[in-house]
Design a protein around this ligand. Structure first.
Ligand code: OAD
Length: 244
């Protein structure tokens, strides 16, 4: 793949940057993307049918077990070259905000500092009733573990369909999207709101849009640069081409 290096390089070296990442960035670490088919035990469920308050109310143990399975999958993987390239970009430009929809924590594990986690973090658990964070819990019980303070059911500290995003993270993300001159959309299908609207917020303020994805998405026709391929290959290549 070749970049229009001179133009993009000049822009990236001199601009305020923001990037939104999605599950595609962690795909090369071995995690499934959201809209992949699931396998094994979970093949019969759609993630949308498990990641919701309604699903938790209907069958809390099913939802808890699905997240326990995903939590273990996350613990077994490591960041990939795409994550590390984003760490490099943060080191090289004075203004860079990394906004992620991923709950896997791999950006921070790679070393990114300024990360906004729009959808929470799967390693954190809190009470579904009083919201108190839980430090420890057992995953091998017959039922969903409960809160030490109020006895409510524990749940993952992630955003479910129909729930509001953490306000501080969303506000900071909107501000970064409006303030940046180049906005990256990386490894996301761009169909889940409000995250998907950030690229448009940036573009409406005149930012250049750069999309990195294996396949075209609904955003692609609006992108100024569509870099098609794996983020774990394209991002390191981009860093080398722009910053040497
Ligand atoms: P999706 O599964 O919807 O999309 C993953 C995107 O990554 C697709 O566009 C793929 O083409 C692309 N992709 C896959 N592998 C890639 C690679 N190696 N390099 C680059 N691109 C690659 O995941 P998200 O867009 O992250 O929300 O999904 C957004 C939200 O929907 C999730 O955060 C989650 C889900 O419902 C909640 O749980 C609230």
């Amino acid at each position: 793949m070749t970049f229009p290096v001179d133009l993009l390089a000049l822009l990236l070296r001199t601009s305020k940057l923001a990037a939104l990442t999605g599950a595609g960035v962690s795909q090369e670490s071995g995690l499934r993307t959201f809209r992949d088919a699931q396998n094994g035990l979970w093949a019969q469920y759609r993630p949308e049918d498990l990641a919701s308050p309604q699903a938790f109310a209907r069958d809390p143990k099913l939802v808890w077990d699905w997240y326990a399975w995903r939590r273990e999958a996350v613990k077994a993987v490591r960041p990939n070259p795409g994550h590390y390239a984003l760490v490099e970009i943060e080191k090289r430009v004075p203004y860079f905000t990394l906004i992620t929809q991923n709950v896997d924590g791999l950006h921070r594990m790679a070393g990114s500092q300024n990360v906004l986690e729009l959808h929470g973090n799967i390693q954190r658990v809190r009470c579904a009733e009083c919201a108190l964070p839980a430090e420890t819990w057992g995953d091998d019980t017959e039922s969903v573990p409960t809160c030490a303070a109020c006895g409510g059911l524990l749940r993952p500290d992630v955003v479910w369909f129909g729930e509001a995003l953490p306000r501080d993270q969303l506000e900071a993300a909107v501000e970064a999207a409006r303030a940046c001159q180049v906005f990256f959309s990386i490894g996301t299908s761009g169909v889940v709101q409000p995250a998907a609207s950030l690229a448009y917020a940036a573009r409406n303020r005149g930012a250049v849009l750069v999309e990195v994805n294996l396949d075209p998405t609904p955003l692609t026709p609006k992108a100024d640069f569509f870099l098609q391929g794996k983020s774990g290959e394209i991002l390191p290549e981009l860093v080398r081409a722009v910053w040497g």
